[in-house]
Design a protein around this ligand. Structure first.
Ligand SMILES: Cc1cc2nc3c(=O)[nH]c(=O)nc-3n(C[C@H](O)[C@H](O)[C@H](O)COP(=O)(O)OP(=O)(O)OC[C@H]3O[C@@H](n4cnc5c(N)ncnc54)[C@H](O)[C@@H]3O)c2cc1C
Length: 309
């Protein structure tokens, strides 16, 4: 099957790109390997997306994005893109799971990013039995119990706050003595009675038994001392890695693997665009992903005009 444009990933960037493409009359395929919404599905509340002065739940915003796109004739394909490669006649060929494939004149990569792991003993062993990367998905299992949150950015702070409303106690573990996350979240966390902020400490080992996680051992960066924190859950927010495994090697990326684009979202291969968290950029948020998606679609539409000329 040949499409004008293939959009990879139905997070905020991909849904926006597909919306702009299809409204302009481009034959568009949107390919998603999970549920539409992307990372916002694992976000409790979004307080900084304009238009929602009293915050919006992540899944609600995902549903609204999806319902908006459902008004238009986009071809929705379920499954992972395994590879994208330039093919004959300036086309791109996309290999999909289950031996499927498609061709497109232009491709917009909106595959976002995935949670980075700590890489410490116990993380794999207790995954799903204490170790989690999604407070919204798993927080409720720890109602009335003690948990740890690791990280110092907005995601860690927001999710620590969310958990503090459910669990008995939250230990917020951060390797520095200052946080990157917004001051408003820091103030709320400091005011919460059941939150203990553990700074300048790094998790060394997640410990437990047959029933699951029991504690996390952290090492002080000040004096090397080990403290064992009793917690039945640990929520890890230490950054994101780009979902870029399917891209051709020649696509230019930054040292962390995020795709380098110009201001119009052109990647280093003509006809290939990138939008949202997969891009090399400073601010990774829903509103920047949405803006990137619209910009990429506009650039792809102008590329298609020349393609068809
Ligand atoms: C815990 C947490 C809290 C956050 N809180 C906020 C907040 O309060 N405000 C805010 O503005 N932002 C917040 N963010 C960030 C925001 O969610 C992201 O910036 C935004 O979702 C990025 O959108 P995206 O479309 O670029 O990528 P993503 O949301 O990552 O979506 C990418 C999609 O691509 C799919 N995909 C990946 N690889 C493939 C493949 N090979 N084939 C097919 N599909 C694929 C994925 O399944 C995913 O659905 C938060 C993020 C997290 C994790």
């Amino acid at each position: 099957m040949l499409y004008d444009a293939a959009v990879i990933g139905a997070g905020p960037a991909g849904i926006t790109a597909a919306l702009y493409l299809v409204r302009a009359g481009a034959g568009t395929a949107l390919i998603e390997n999970s549920a539409p919404g992307g990372q916002i599905l694992s976000t409790a509340e979004i307080e900084n997306y304009p238009g929602f002065p009293h915050a919006v739940k992540g899944w609600e915003l995902a549903d609204l994005f999806d319902a908006h796109l459902a008004e238009y004739p986009v071809e929705r394909l379920r499954g992972g893109v395994l590879s994208v490669r330039p093919a004959e006649g300036r086309l791109f060929h996309l290999d999909l799971e289950e031996g499927k494939g498609l061709d497109a004149k232009a491709v917009i990569v909106c595959s976002g990013a995935q949670h980075r792991k700590l890489g410490i003993p116990g993380e794999e062993e207790f995954s799903g039995r204490g170790v989690s990367y999604c407070a919204v998905c798993d927080g409720n299992f720890y109602r009335g119990r003690d948990v740890a949150v690791v990280g110092g950015g907005n995601s860690a702070l927001e999710e620590a706050l969310y958990l503090s409303r459910i669990v008995r106690k939250v230990y917020l573990i951060h390797r520095r003595d200052t946080f990157r996350g917004a001051q408003i979240f820091q103030d709320k966390l400091r005011a919460a009675e059941n939150v203990e902020i553990v700074t300048e400490c790094v998790p060394e080992e997640i410990r437990g038994g047959a029933a699951g996680m029991e504690s996390v051992a952290v090492r002080s960066r000040r004096d090397g001392e080990i403290r064992v924190i009793a917690a039945e859950g640990i929520f890890i927010y230490v950054g994101m890695d780009p979902a870029n495994g399917f891209l051709p090697e020649e696509v230019r990326r930054d040292p962390a693997g995020f795709v380098i684009t110009d201001a119009e979202m052109n990647a280093s291969i003509p006809g290939l665009f990138a939008a949202g968290d997969i891009r090399s950029k400073h601010c990774r948020q829903v509103c920047t992903a949405v803006g990137d998606g619209a910009t990429a679609a506009a650039a792809a539409l102008s590329y298609l005009e020349h393609w068809n000329a």
